[in-house]
Design a protein around this ligand. Structure first.
Ligand code: SAJ
Length: 456
């Protein structure tokens, strides 16, 4: 067995050189964690400014990521991590992870430009007996089609398909794996170190080697060896599952509004029934994962020419969640009309612009959609968010002269708002509560015109 194969199948910090392609909020923590364990890590990113910051020990990831800045400094000073824009510097690496973005377009079609470019550039420099692990979330079937084909074509080497080929001393071979990430903004290092991972290998021996490799940075969680397709299906399914659960809660909220019920009371009592865990209805579903991954899962079927099955539940859930900001928009128009206000004469305060409570992450935020709708009818809009610049102004100043306040994100700071004072700043006392953040009895005492999602 070649020594390179040894360094892959039985990885160790002294023998195995690690490459990480894509030094974003997933790739950089991975690179730092392997470097912290003593591996020599070569991090590659196409953004020269990001590479320069990393080599200077400056964390380029926005937002509060506990421990990441200190860890980056530690591994740069120890010279265990070096960042580069030059793919040739990856040539020495034995194990290379790919952590590039894999967005979907407005038609929900995966956009693999970054993935194609990364795999092609890697293929041009890659040595035989190298393990390539896709960590990016892709539509099931993508690693063994798009990634494998581009890698083989650009490297003029073949990916093994059975363990016996590991003994072939003539073969110019590559090893392929898929290990989806489960990180979350604000908890990147915590999740990376503590959550179970699925290690999908092109063969069982490769999957086992991946488990040994990741064990260095994930000391206690489960590292479940499986095949590549299963790993891709698990990742996209776990997020599609969450999206469907949220959509169910949102549809029950809409039913309650229409029928005069209270979804929050219904949810509380439903969840007393064994095995029920109804999630929270809300103003919409944002972020970098949940809105995208269901479409990647659905795409895995659409891509196969012989597909005789068309998913319906998962797309329907997406449409329900996508429509929640528009539902709030209709409620706003309704309340303005009941107060004899034309939208173009109204001033609206949007409370919360990030996609998640107590976060500064605004990716795919439902608030952006609501702002777009209100702009389209000429409403004047003031946005407030304590975590998102430039909206982190004084909330009471933002409320000055507003006719209606709309809570889109349940930031903790909003729960202690002086609503009485807020209303004295406003022209009218209309409050739209998209996350059930406030107590209706208090709003009634303040003679507010109060709407809460899911309450008819
Ligand atoms: N949301 C609801 N109702 C809920 C839960 C969430 O409306 O009951 C909304 C949130 O407001 C947000 C969106 O959905 O706009 C997503 O929220 P999330 O709690 O799912 O947070 P994410 O997007 O950061 O999801 C990540 C995912 N992690 C990865 O993809 C690695 C997801 O798989 C995790 O389940 C989730 O974190 C988590 O549980 O923390």
């Amino acid at each position: 067995m070649s020594s390179r194969l040894d360094h892959i199948l039985f990885p160790s910090p002294s023998n195995t050189i690690v490459g990480v392609i894509g030094l974003g909020y997933v790739g950089l923590p991975v690179a730092c964690e392997f470097a912290r364990q003593g591996f020599n890590v070569i991090g590659l990113d196409i953004k020269a400014d990001r590479v320069a910051k990393i080599n200077a020990g400056i964390n380029p990831i926005e937002g509060d990521e506990p421990g990441l800045q200190a860890l980056l400094c530690e591994v740069i000073v120890a010279q265990k991590l070096q960042a580069t824009t030059d793919y040739k510097e990856l040539q020495a690496a034995h194990v290379i992870t790919i952590n590039v973005e894999t967005p979907v377009d407005e038609f929900h079609v995966p956009q693999y430009h970054a993935l194609r470019a990364a795999v092609h550039s890697l293929g041009e420099v890659i040595q035989s007996d190298t393990l390539v692990i896709v960590e990016s979330t892709v539509a099931p079937g993508t690693t063994l089609s798009l990634v494998k084909e581009i890698l083989e074509e650009s490297s003029n080497k073949k990916t093994i398909t059975m363990d016996a080929q590991l003994q072939d001393i003539q073969m110019q071979r590559l090893l392929l794996g898929m290990c989806p990430e489960r990180v979350m903004p604000g908890r990147l290092l915590h999740n990376l170190r503590n959550l179970d991972r699925v290690c999908g290998g092109v063969t069982p021996v490769v999957a086992a080697a991946m488990s040994r490799f990741y064990r260095y940075i994930i000391p206690h969680a489960d590292l479940d060896a499986t095949d590549i397709l299963t790993a891709e299906l698990v990742k996209t399914t776990e997020n599609a599952y969450r999206d469907v659960q949220i959509a169910f809660a949102n549809e029950v909220a809409l039913i309650c509004e229409a029928s005069g019920g209270n979804v929050w009371k219904v949810r509380e009592l439903v969840n007393k029934s064994p095995g029920r865990h109804m999630l929270l209805p809300g103003a919409g579903v944002g972020g970098h994962c949940i809105p995208k991954d269901p479409w990647l899962l659905v795409n895995s079927v659409q891509r196969t020419k012989t597909a005789s099955f068309t998913p319906t539940l998962i797309p329907a859930a997406r449409y329900i969640n996508e429509a929640m900001p528009h539902h709030l928009y209709n409620i706003i128009l309704q309340r303005l009309s009941q107060n004899n206000l034309q939208p173009q004469d109204a001033k609206v305060l949007i409370m919360g612009y990030s996609y998640l409570e107590d976060s500064d992450d605004t990716r795919d935020t439902p608030s952006q959609k609501l702002v777009y709708f209100l702009n389209s009818v000429g409403a004047k809009i003031t946005v407030h968010d304590p975590f998102v610049k430039p909206y982190d102004n004084d909330i009471y100043d933002c409320a000055l002269g507003c006719d209606i306040a709309v809570l889109m994100v349940k930031h903790t700071t909003y729960l202690s708002l002086d609503l009485s004072y807020l209303f004295t700043m406003m022209r009218r006392r209309i409050l739209i509560d998209g996350r059930n953040a406030f107590d209706e009895t208090i709003l009634n005492k303040l003679s507010a015109d109060y709407y809460c999602i899911g309450v008819g």
